[in-house]
Design a protein around this ligand. Structure first.
Ligand code: NAD
Length: 497
């Protein structure tokens, strides 16, 4: 069985350490193994990055951007191959995999603007013969730890910008679907990135802990589940590192009585069941304002959920593939059992789905619950599967209170034709990313991505302008060039104009 190797100092390396199986979730078969780095291997990657950093830091930003331009081209040329690799290990459909890659490429495009983004700020004559400016300087060695659900896009949120800003980057991808992530990193080296500026090390908690504890690693970007995000934030900041740790979610869509219901239903189908619900921005709760809206919504959703085309992600023309692992499938099935036991009405039951020819795949069909209440586990917890819960409320205020009281605050949206309601929602909702008639309001690359509450630990969001701030530190320089033959007397009072 082939092995997914580390990429250290420009070379693919096998260490012969611990390994984990990587599965094709559509067949349930182990297709390859992935190396799990020891602390010594992580240190080797850190040493490589540290050695490569000084020259890269001093490489003109425009030259760094040129590497990103070539990287973008290579990514586009390899779209079909990358989509196939994603789909084979993650299970998402080929079209969905191509979509995540395109959104990742957007972040490479943003990083191409490094010379503009790093220009800094300049003020002339802040005092007599004194000029001042702020520099954006790279941090040094920085690291990223990424989840399974976007093996291409989420790493691309991080390292193109970090590297364009002049840092050296160590990436620890998800051990569940590492192949596309590694291949994409190799393309950046092919684009001309010097050895050591991007190292990819696979692994689990041991590798992550080594990155957290290493004093050479100045910043950590994390995307994954909330318990691990909180752990990484606490342990990283305790050691004086800069940390942005993005966690889990429970995203609500509010349906107002005046919503364009057919369009809302189309939007909800994609947002709830696309990628089998394994998106941190997936809509998992539909909050219906009034029973009429709820009844009409369920009447329209039910046949469409039953008609979802589900199969191996690598087949064409499907709506949904399997869940990523057997454990993920069992967890989702457990939640469906739990919802039934708690008294929610199971309108469409995705349990027991058999996909002909792929009987051992980790499939769960689209599932819909009605009459879900806030005390139920299926409402409170992130299911991360193809399960949509309908909660009935009587007013927009009640809908907003529900959302604001939820522990997560990643994404949300409102379906309405009422500008006043939409405006109130945008103003008062305690969620980081808000859509108005947009079900998955994932910001474009020149804005920044991040949730509120327990969906993000840290101050700066991912990518975009916040990403530039995160991967650079400011230096404020104040410079005086006295005029010839002038003499400044000592000044004992605090300098001011
Ligand atoms: P996960 O937390 O299990 O794993 C994420 C990363 O952490 C992986 O690289 C993994 O190897 C590492 N890891 C796992 N256990 C660890 C431990 N005990 N100590 C240190 N590191 C550990 O998440 P996942 O299952 O891969 O991804 C799904 C989760 O990610 C969901 O909760 C989803 O909402 C979230 N997510 C959030 C966003 C966002 O932007 N907020 C985006 C994508 C995914």
């Amino acid at each position: 069985m082939s092995i997914v190797q580390h990429l250290i100092h420009g070379e693919l390396v096998t260490k012969g350490e611990r390994t984990a199986d990587v599965f094709n979730p559509s067949t349930g078969q182990a297709v390859r193994k992935v190396e799990l780095a020891s602390r010594a291997t992580i240190q080797q990657a850190i040493d490589s990055a540290k050695a490569a950093f000084p020259a890269w830091r001093n490489t003109p930003p425009a030259k760094r951007a040129q590497v990103m331009f070539r990287f973008k081209q290579l990514l586009e040329q390899n779209e079909a191959k990358i989509s196939q690799m994603i789909s084979e290990e993650h299970g998402k459909t080929l079209e969905d995999a191509a979509g995540e890659l395109k959104r990742g490429i957007e972040n490479v495009e943003f990083a191409c603007a490094a010379p503009e983004l790093l220009k800094g700020e300049y003020s002339r004559n802040v005092g007599p013969n004194i000029d001042a400016w702020s520099d954006f300087q790279p941090l040094g060695v920085v690291a990223g730890i990424t989840p399974f659900n976007f093996p291409a896009m989420v790493p691309l949120w991080m390292y193109p910008l970090a590297i364009a800003c002049g840092n050296a980057f160590i990436l620890k991808p998800s051990e569940r679907d590492p192949s596309s992530t590694l291949f994409i990193a190799q393309l950046l080296l092919e684009a001309g990135l010097p050895k050591g500026i991007l190292n990819v090390v696979h692994g689990d908690k041991e590798a992550v802990d080594a990155l957290i504890e290493a004093p050479e690693v100045k910043a950590l970007s994390f995307v994954g589940s909330t318990p691990i995000a909180e752990y990484i934030y606490a342990e990283g900041t305790k050691r004086g590192k800069r940390v942005q740790a993005l966690g889990g979610a429970k995203n609500h869509a509010v349906l107002m009585p005046d919503a364009d219901l057919d369009n809302a239903v189309s939007a909800l189908m994609g947002a709830a069941y696309g990628s089998c619900g394994e998106r941190c921005m997936a809509i998992s709760v539909a909050v219906c304002v009034g029973d009429q809206v709820a009844d009409a919504l369920i009447a329209k959703l039910e046949p469409q959920i039953k008609a979802l085309k589900i199969g191996a992600g690598t087949s064409c023309g499907l709506d949904m593939g399997p869940l990523v692992t057997a454990a993920a499938r069992d967890k989702v099935l457990g939640y469906i059992d739990d919802g039934v036991a708690a008294g929610a009405r199971l309108v469409v039951d995705g349990r027991g789905l058999r996909v002909a020819g792929n009987e051992d795949g980790y499939f769960v069909g689209g599932t819909l619950f009605d009459n879900v209440t806030p005390d139920m586990r299926i409402y409170k917890e992130e299911i991360f599967g193809p399960v949509l819960c309908v909660v009935r409320v009587s007013s927009l205020e009640q809908a907003m209170q529900l959302i604001n009281e939820h522990e997560y605050g990643n994404g949300t949206c409102i379906f309405t034709r009422d500008g006043e309601a939409a405006r109130l929602f945008c103003d008062e909702i305690e969620v980081g990313m808000v859509g108005v008639n947009v079900p998955l309001p994932v910001p474009v690359s020149y804005h920044s991505f991040g949730g509120w509450k327990r969906s993000l630990f840290g101050d700066l969001h991912a990518y975009g302008p916040d990403g530039v701030r995160f991967y650079t530190r400011r230096k404020a320089i104040t410079q005086r060039w006295p005029q010839r033959a002038s003499h400044e007397a000592s000044q004992f009072a605090f300098p001011s104009l």
